[in-house]
Design a protein around this ligand. Sequence first.
Ligand code: PNS
Length: 159
Amino acid sequence: MVTAIYPGSFDPLTKGHQDIIDRASRIFDKVIVSVLENPRKQPLFTIEERVEMLKIIAPKYPNVEVDSFHGLLVDYAKKKNSNIVIKGLRAIGDFEFEFQMALVNHKLDPQIETIFMMTNNRYSYVSSSIVKEIAYFGGDISELVPPEILPLIRKKIKA
Ligand code: PNS
């Protein structure tokens, strides 16, 4: 039974994230999508709201669980009996930071393997920051986020 962790801020969840969740769920026996509770970041959505967004789409994938974590990812992965971390890569710009993170995580725990999945090119320009920016200025984000979570975003941003 191979369990993979897909960690992130998900502030908010995008169609790009959902695409990775969908594809990862076909590869691994179990995928735990886990939202980082990061006191050093000021997210727009609370941890509860971000978990709620993921829980809205998770039932589409029978082997996907939603959770949250704080502290080091490697410690969390160990707690969940997983040594696989999934990351989505959109473009070359993501690579440098993600490469460093993968090396750091491997240094902290040599058991940990980071598996990168290339984003679907339909979503390569989508990020949570872009979604927030467009929504703030009243633009249409319906192509960028799962339709089921649009009301949650609109409630927050009044877009
Ligand atoms: O969606 P994001 O913001 O790109 O996700 C980043 C995340 C949550 C994957 C990353 O910040 C993380 O793993 N944080 C936990 C703390 C940690 O283990 N950091 C790596 C060693 S410095």
